[in-house]
Design a protein around this ligand. Sequence first.
Ligand code: FRU
Length: 720
Amino acid sequence: MQLRCLAPWCLVWLFYLISSSSASDDVVLADFESESYASWKATGDAFGSGPARGTLPNQMLVSGFKGKGLINSFYGGDASQGTLTSPEFPIERRYIAFLIGGGKSDQLALQLIVDGQVVRSSTGPNDRPGGTEELAPDAWDVSELLGKKGVLRIVDHASGSWGHINVDHIVQTDIQPKGYMLSAQRSFNVTSRYLNLPIKNGGPKRIVTLSIDGKAVVKNEIELADEDADWWAPMEVSPWNGKSLTLQVDRLPEDSKALNLIEPSDALKDAEDLYREPLRGQFHFSPRRGWNNDPNGCVYFNGEYHLFFQHNPYGWGWGNMHWGHAVSKDLVHWEELGDVLAPDDMGPMFSGSAVVDWKDTSGFGQDGQVPLVLIYTAAGNPTVQGIAYSLDGRRFTKYEGNPILQQITGGNRDPKVFWHEPTQQWVMTLYVEWQGRHTIHFFTSPNLKDWTLASVTQGDTTQGRFLFECPDFFELSVDGDPTRKKWVLIAANSDYAIGAFDGKQFVPDATRIQGHRGRGFYAAQSFSDVPDGRRILIGWWQTETKGMPFNQSMTVPLELGLMQTDGGPRMTFLPVRELDNLRSRTHSLKIDSLSPGDANPLKDIQAELVEIQVEFEPGDAKEVLFNIRDVMVEYDVAEQSLSVAGHRVSAPLRDGRQRWTIYCDRIGVEVFACGGLCYIPMPYNTRPDNKKLFFEARGGTATVHSLIVHELRSAWKNDR
Ligand code: FRU
């Protein structure tokens, strides 16, 4: 292993101003703190009528500027263009230092012009979706120009993604700023499974390029720690075992230890507590390290459930979208395997689905082994759909004919594919922002490679949330009657429509029906090819995991159904029966009634992970409530409403009774009521020291038909 940061030919030095102690010597050329541009001249519409006061509408959070104002050419969005030119000034210090951010392009620059020539030029850091709006220090050595007259010009001739530039605090100084290394790199002979990378949450994002034989394989934006790491992100390098690999970082402070700190290893670093971390859901899936959002590619294949997921392996926040991968035999005990789809030239790997191609329509099968096919969004510019396949459910190959669907509009994404038996073809639902509306486009294909547009839903305006992102589409029986089937179209916030489908077009007979009733449940996806035909859904659960080396999680897997109600068929969400495998100790409490002042029936139970099953008639009680480790689950009898951790929803009695199933994990509770019509997932961080449970009636007596508390064991192998 060598550290090769200093070869002069591969280094460019940038500088930044470190100390304010020399401020009296410095000449501030512009701080952009006033309302107008004063003597600077603007052309075009990108710069507005004066400096921006921070972030502009529809822009990601702009940070890193000094004071309140800055130059921000996002007036009018990315499309607008223009220039902003300073009056002439004498060059009287050796360095010109400034803060710069925004897009990276020849068309976006802060320029120094001397004698009519551009003699220095800098641009922002972003040339791909994602990225950061943070301004960073940069500087020019202008010693050879001392005594000359210069003009500064800020140019925005770009439109489209990252078509803007941000600049602030331009200063002349004689103090040599601290240096930056550009293209610092370290090479490794790969003999171990991982490179453990030091991560500093909230640190500057560096572009880290992994190259093999001089060819860039993948680029990620990583908050590399210059010294003390908050946590360590494993970069899987086993595919290049025996080869020489180079990690190159676009820009590092000259004294950064980031590259030296990287540790090759077969194990995750600092992982003694893996799966026992204080805020690790014990029966909710979360990645070992990094960020997760949507479940992707949910499928049953070769005896295993596969859960892929939107994964940032190298950051605590969203970014660098990979497909993470975990498998389970029972939907409850998951083993994380490692990422299968990494960002490529077509962009980061956004959400999508998976199918088993039983008839090998794609031709990816081999020797009778049918392929598992992933259908994903490559969210570059353009944003397209691609496929990848695997025969063993472990190694995946991206199809060389990608993309299989060209861009329709920039935001088209999240293909969910299924086999439609009656018409013997594949059907894809795709989210498309189309003519100012959120729509779902239906496509059909004989082979997963060639797709034809079949129909487009009417959708919602882009101010609404209906049918926004991550569609799923499936058939369910009403009240379990196989002769009464309906199609359900559901999108990211889980609101749905019910109707009929002929293989090409969905005709809803009920629409905009509310799905889950809780918080932080999003982008759920159902499993394809489940052997017993159940429709099982799993959602991204936006749980709080501050201080952990991972962030977010999934809900428990949910079995979906349709129940006939007075308003028509409605979806039910119930926990899958496999969760019963987690029960370690069961308390069946024999109480017939519960009155104010009664002893707490749960006083002898102490448990961290809990499942409660209860069935009661409220009688003349005014409230019936549980306190589960501080999580309040309260039923208001007059209102027939249920409040979970302060979040209140309607929960009408059924046959005069309430029947609830409640799961409590470290990071939240999930309450199921009204036969599954009312599913309330609520992120909530329980306190490890409070393992108490209470059950209480207020204002009168409730009749309790059954009360069962199951203590649960962790689903993770590392459980003590
Ligand atoms: C939903 C979503 C998807 C997209 C993915 C990117 O949460 O925005 O539409 O594919 O996340 O991570």
